[in-house]
Design a binder for this molecule. Structure first.
Ligand SMILES: Cc1ncc(COP(=O)(O)O)c(C=O)c1O
Length: 458
């Protein structure tokens, strides 16, 4: 094991001294960060793949990972908590996932959404694990599966509007990118889009309510229910879990008004419980969306649910006038992703794996709580289940508005301090835990967090 880096600037000379990059068919080109950054600037808008970019001074391009650790372009090793945005629930390159992908790749990598055995097996496995599910459609990303779920709900109800919760991210579709990170309340249930290029007209179809506020959601439903097809809710939104009574109230109202209740379990699915959020809360939705952890790092997602709603995806219905709802793509049920998902679920279902995973995550949070308490600062450890962060706020954090009151600058300094000490978090983002994070990783993180917390206070 290499010594994790301390400090960040990485110059071309160090690079050329050359910690050898992993052997890869991908052109790693010059290993100078400045060279990579120049090429990225020429090839990619903003020199990045999406929104996420490390702040100035952090020169880091990951090239490989094993377990909980990643190695960057300069050969430095970090303990990683980005975990592929939560997809790598078993850590990087888990042998069972690698083996499953290799075996499947030798047979076939794709069948153009024709019924295939890995896809069928995966649908059956999801049904087995999430007991209330009757039918499953597979997709590639969380966003795609959410889009399918919303369309199925509209097809099933003949209504167009959806109710979502402020601060919730449900992927990159035109319907979902509303009210994700508003700085000012728009006045519920109105909201603003979070991207240019989204038709204003869709704003009439998306209603937003504050999370964990049953009265506010009830008032909107009482007014608007005739037009609402679905409520989409995360059982754990960002860090805060649904409070007792919240999901119960949503379930009751959906039953009363004929609205489809959708759980977005892209984050919680197969992470907080193998049986999904219904296993934890006892409240069953009509549809659930799974992604991220499901594929163990490969792109696969699913919308799963009750036969009455899912049957709208049956092409034997005929056309849209018969309620047929288009929910597929060329890559739907891609066998590579399904093989990876089957291996991931098999590993998670092995006796003790979920228990140890949750226990280690709780140990990390307990250690962080101890550090935060001793610091005497308004630092709170947040994260329901195997998610974690420290935020700097006095009051409880239970929805977007309360999260907005936290000290963002100090949060950022804390994250930068972690990175400087060899703990790679997405600065300003959420940290995930994986089954590869064990006692050694917890101890390493706590040592880094203690000093990072002190330096964040300055
Ligand atoms: C709750 C939730 N839903 C949906 C998505 C979208 O998933 P994807 O990025 O795979 O499209 C995300 C992604 O972060 C998410 O956190």
């Amino acid at each position: 094991m290499r010594i994790p880096c301390s400090g960040f600037a990485c110059n071309a000379e160090t690079d050329s001294l050359g910690k050898t990059p992993v052997s890869s068919p991908v052109d790693t080109g010059s290993l100078s960060y400045a060279g990579i950054a120049r090429r990225a600037e020429d090839a990619l808008p903003g020199g990045v793949l999406g929104r996420h970019a490390y702040p100035d001074g952090i020169e880091h391009v990951p090239v490989s990972g094993k377990g909980a650790w990643i190695v960057d372009h300069a050969g430095r090793e970090f303990l990683d908590y980005s975990c592929g945005g939560g997809s790598l629930i078993l850590g990087y390159s888990h042998p069972a996932v690698v083996r499953a992908v290799q075996n499947q790749a030798e047979r076939a990598t794709q069948f153009v959404s024709i019924l295939n055995l890995p896809a069928l097996q995966l649908a059956e496995r999801i049904k087995e694990l999430v007991g209330w599910v009757d039918r499953v459609r597979l997709a590639l990303s969380g966003a795609e599966a959410v889009m399918f779920a919303l369309r199925l709900a509209r097809a099933a109800t003949g209504r167009d509007r959806i109710l979502k919760f402020e601060g919730a991210y449900h992927g990159n579709s035109d319907y979902a990118l509303w009210g994700v990170a508003p700085r000012e309340p728009a006045g519920y249930p109105a909201t603003r889009p979070n991207s240019a290029g989204i038709p204003e007209a869709i704003g009439d179809l998306v209603l937003v309510a504050p999370y964990n506020d049953p009265e506010a959601a009830a008032a909107i439903m009482a007014e608007e229910w005739r037009k609402i097809a679905a409520i989409i809710v995360e059982p754990v939104q960002r860090f805060y879990a649904a409070e007792p009574g919240f999901l119960e109230m949503l379930r009751r109202s959906c039953d009363d008004y004929g609205i489809v209740l959708i759980y977005d379990e892209v984050v919680t699915g197969f992470r907080h419980a193998l049986g999904g959020a219904a296993e934890l809360t006892g409240i069953e939705p009509d549809l659930s969306v799974f992604g991220k952890a499901l594929g163990g790092g490969l792109p696969v997602s699913a919308v799963a649910g009750r036969a009455a709603v899912m049957s709208h995806g049956d092409p034997r219905r005929g056309g849209p006038e018969d309620g047929y709802c288009y929910v597929t793509s060329s890559q739907a049920g891609n066998p590579l992703g399904c093989a990876a998902a089957l291996a991931t679920l098999a590993e998670l279902a092995r006796p003790g794996v979920m228990e140890d995973f949750h226990k280690s995550a709780e140990e990390l949070k307990a250690g962080l709580r101890d550090i935060a308490r001793k610091s005497g600062e308004a630092a709170q450890v947040v994260g329901a289940g195997p998610l974690w962060d420290i935020v700097f706020a006095d009051g409880p954090i239970r929805n977007h508005r309360s999260a907005m009151r936290a000290d963002g600058d100090r949060h950022r300094r804390f994250h930068l301090g972690l990175v400087e000490r060899g703990v790679m978090v997405r600065v300003g983002g959420r940290s995930y835990f994986s089954t590869a994070h064990k006692d050694r990783e917890v101890a390493f993180t706590l040592r880094a967090a203690e000093t990072a917390l002190r330096s964040a206070a300055k």
